[in-house]
Design a protein around this ligand. Structure first.
Ligand SMILES: Nc1ncnc2c1ncn2[C@@H]1O[C@H](COP(=O)(O)OP(=O)(O)O)[C@@H](O)[C@H]1O
Ligand SMILES: [Mg+2]
Length: 253
């Protein structure tokens, strides 16, 4: 039988992750249309993971959306370029759209209406949200208290509202079959895999990025803790950043 046909059959319904060595560990990639939560403390490589996922899509002529709260689009473009992922080029080719959410407008319905419009009108294959935690736990800017834009709501109420908006957004991406990487922050010393207490519930998958200091060097690891419809090993795999992005190290044989 044709080898390519066989490979095609195996990877049908799977979306390649963009991480070298990861697809092999999860039956060919993420289940299409699933929502994968990527978590880890600051600097573990979550954004780079998200960018690599987008780069893989653009290379395959898929339509991708990158929603950033923490960094400006320029910063995202610049960071991606470090791995020769030309986000500007892909944007000009219509494969990629980068949307910066203004944290001052996170509790406004119009923000979510705009995202809804984008997702309904564009048939995206891939979406990255960087990060869910920033949306849910965003502080109220002082001026919005001064000018009443916070509508008198207190932080916990705002967080609840943002949480509900994010949940609605995910119902939409599910409905449209958009494979989604949701980045979620973890804080050293705090219990649980995520800080926002939402990501655990929305995820079809949970990927944990970590680093350990070993002597004077850092060992970075990636672990698939959960992935629906997929057999996983649950093991922490050491990885490196290479000029092609995240690269899981092969075990010495
Ligand atoms: N080419 C590289 N080689 C080694 N380390 C890198 C490279 N590129 C980025 N890093 C490391 O990755 C970290 C940033 O990754 P990032 O995805 O922005 O983290 P996070 O989003 O989890 O905070 C940086 O702190 C840097 O240490
Ligand atoms: Mg980041």
């Amino acid at each position: 039988m044709d080898e390519n046909f066989e490979l095609e059959k195996i990877t049908q319904g799977r979306v390649r992750t963009g991480v070298k060595g990861l697809d092999e560990l999860i039956e060919g990639g993420f289940p299409r249309g699933s929502n994968i939560v990527v978590t880890g403390v600051a600097g573990t490589g979550k954004s780079i993971f998200g960018m690599g996922f987008i780069a893989e899509g653009c290379r395959n002529n898929e339509k991708c959306l990158y929603i950033t709260v923490e960094q400006s689009p320029d910063e995202i473009v610049e960071q991606a370029m470090q791995f020769n992922w030309d986000f500007n080029q892909w944007e000009s080719e219509g494969k990629l759209k980068i949307v910066a959410l203004d944290y001052r407008r996170l509790s406004e319905m119009e923000t979510y209406n705009e995202l809804t419009r984008l997702i309904e009108e564009n048939h995206y294959d891939r979406l990255v949200i960087d990060s869910i935690t920033s949306i849910v736990n965003s502080p109220i800017p002082p001026y919005s208290i001064a000018d009443g834009a916070d509508r008198g709501l207190h932080l916990p109420a705002l967080a609840e509202m943002n949480r509900a908006n994010v949940m609605t957004l995910f119902e939409l991406t599910k409905k449209h079959g958009v494979t989604t990487v949701s980045i979620s922050q973890k804080v050293e010393g705090k219990p649980g895999d995520t800080l926002d207490n939402i990501s655990e519930f929305i995820g079809d998958g949970l990927i944990l990025l970590e680093f350990d200091e070993i002597g004077s060097s850092l060992e970075r690891t990636i672990r698939v803790k959960k992935l629906r419809k997929t057999k996983i090993d649950g093991i922490s795999h050491p990885f490196d950043f290479t000029n092609e992005g995240i690269f899981i190290k092969q075990k010495d044989v």
